[in-house]
Design a protein around this ligand. Structure first.
Ligand SMILES: Nc1ncnc2c1ncn2[C@@H]1O[C@H](COP(=O)(O)OP(=O)(O)O)[C@@H](O)[C@H]1O
Ligand SMILES: [Mg+2]
Length: 226
């Protein structure tokens, strides 16, 4: 099976009656193993909504989502949560770190939630922090980190459960361009080397050459940019 993530004819409507807004309109996308897709488009066009649906954080109004061969469109909340924990790593624009946990413990929270906390998970946290140049920050709390460091912790955390699919919503917004590029390059390498799939929403056109292809969302419609 080559498609890790399939969205098929997805609609998303917020609200109901006269005040309802259709934010996504028959959006379809297939992402293969080893493929890194960029999403661009104006602010308010539905990019974050799209990413949330792709990652089972939000249910679609219509349409199907297939994650790693499994149709999740009609699963219970509990099953959806499980699939999200096992298969998906999120990186958001703001790092969303937990203020009272050290960098190391932010990472370990993930295997704890997934109930597979063990020696291997501990080692993985150490390795990831090293790789993202955060080894010396292991025992620090978020408030003492720079914006760039926080974002790298968020990225390390997203990789913690070794997800098949990585979804990143403007992950470089708080990084300087050099650091931003190196983080996206790392993501691109991980995708290629380990046959992962990734979708990244970005405003930064300089990142697009690191992706395999770019899609465009405008007024809730998705189109391929070629
Ligand atoms: N939970 C929500 N309830 C109502 N409207 C929402 C909600 N989330 C997003 N929207 C609206 O959907 C549109 C698309 O938002 P979003 O997906 O965040 O766009 P983008 O990420 O491209 O800037 C916006 O008009 C936004 O106000
Ligand atoms: Mg957004």
């Amino acid at each position: 099976m080559t498609n890790k993530l399939i969205l098929n004819n997805v609609d998303k409507v917020f609200g109901d009656g006269d005040s309802s807004v259709k934010v996504l309109n028959k959006v379809s996308l297939e992402v293969k193993a080893g493929e890194f897709v960029a999403v661009v488009g104006p602010s308010g066009s539905g990019k974050s909504t799209f990413l949330s649906i792709a990652g089972a954080l939000l249910s679609p109004t219509n349409g199907r989502i297939i994650i790693d061969g499994k149709d999740i469109s009609k699963l219970s909340e509990k099953k959806m949560n499980r699939i999200r924990l096992e298969k998906i790593g999120f990186v958001f624009q703001s790092s969303n770190l937990i203020p009272y946990l050290t960098v190391h413990d932010q990472l370990l929270l993930i295997p704890k939630l997934a109930r597979n906390f063990n020696k291997k998970a501990k080692q993985r946290a150490v390795d990831l922090l090293e790789r993202l140049d955060l080894g010396h920050r292991s025992n620090s709390y978020p408030q003492s980190l720079s914006g760039g460091e926080r974002q790298r912790v968020a990225i390390a955390r997203a990789w913690m459960n070794d997800p098949e699919i990585i979804l990143a919503d403007e992950p470089t917004a708080s990084l300087d361009s050099e650091r931003g590029r190196s983080v996206v390059k790392m993501l691109a390498d991980e995708v290629k080397l380990r046959e992962k799939s990734a979708i990244m929403v970005t405003h930064d056109k300089r990142m697009l050459d690191l992706c395999d292809r770019t899609v465009f969302i405008e007024d809730g419609k998705l189109s391929e940019l070629t």
